[in-house]
Design a protein around this ligand. Sequence first.
Ligand SMILES: Cc1cc2nc3c(=O)[nH]c(=O)nc-3n(C[C@H](O)[C@H](O)[C@H](O)COP(=O)(O)O)c2cc1C
Length: 345
Amino acid sequence: MPSRTLHLLPPEAAHRLAIWGLGHGLVGRQPADAWPRLATCLCGLSLPNPLGLAAGFDKNAEALPGLAKLGFGWIEIGTVLPRPQAGNPKPRIFRLRQDRALINRLGFNSQGLERVRARLAGRKPSWGVIGANIGANRDSTDPVQDYVSGLRGVYPLVDYVTINVSSPNTPGLRELQHGGRLEALLAALMETRAGLGPDGPKPILLKIAPDLEQDQERAMAETAMAAGIDGLIVGNTTLARPDLRGRHRDQAGGLSGPPLMAISTAQLARLHRLTQGKLPLVGVGGIASGADAYAKVRAGASALQLYTGFIYQGPGVVRRVLGELDALLARDRHASIAATVGSDA
Ligand SMILES: Cc1cc2nc3c(=O)[nH]c(=O)nc-3n(C[C@H](O)[C@H](O)[C@H](O)COP(=O)(O)O)c2cc1C
């Protein structure tokens, strides 16, 4: 269904309908490998192109049969929680049409690990690279244990796992990004991983908030590298409210889409410097065009994700962003994504 038609419905109803259609594979196929120059690698995973679907669109792994046809280079499902959770009262997603942005305060609605595992068990090779993003239940008394259970649960079924400590809509969650709490969380996860997987360690990525202070950002990067995290996803939605026009701009929640582009790309560039290009970074936040994607790669992103651009532009956003990105690489005589990463630094 065209995204224009879906936008006649309230956001969450539109989302449910899209998930239903995609789950039944009711979409045309767009190739993921139409641009040989864009084939790349992230943490040892071969991607037909760098553009992934960000977490939060398919929280429960219901839509993979359709999503896998849209030409994304990789797909991240989740956030998945150990136990089912309803999330916040509705309405909890708001369109800021003039800004082509969203504000959401879903608060981790999840069908829980067991149902997601059952769906991932039916995974087909043609779905390509799939990762799972994991989190903690709101009423958890031991959040670290929630992440450990999540890692154990999804690990055999996916290609990589993302640790989400950056959703703004679960009280206290973002505290796990700091100091001893982050160290303890990552140590527990690394120890758990060491006891899993006979076929070599699968990558674990950490997804961070754009709202960290710069000294927190530096400490987080040092802790993540010392722990042996494989990469950072930079980043989640923001609590900031840069110049917005949409009438819902004062709603509580995380902001995504173009108003996040400059904020998240500046953070990406800082982290590329802090990690001296040694830690793979995923650029996400506000990508709506090939120029946006190109800016993130030049700032230090080895791969990319988007969500809100997909809501406003529909499935055509994938071909558009990748076609434009390919043309920009050709114009500037970059032979590959890898050869372009961090070229602004
Ligand atoms: C409605 C909505 C739900 C989201 N849910 C999640 C989530 O469950 N886990 C997560 O890590 N990020 C979640 N995100 C954040 C996105 O993955 C992404 O980091 C953010 O939207 C910035 O990218 P964008 O500007 O391309 O949308 C969500 C975003 C939106 C708009």
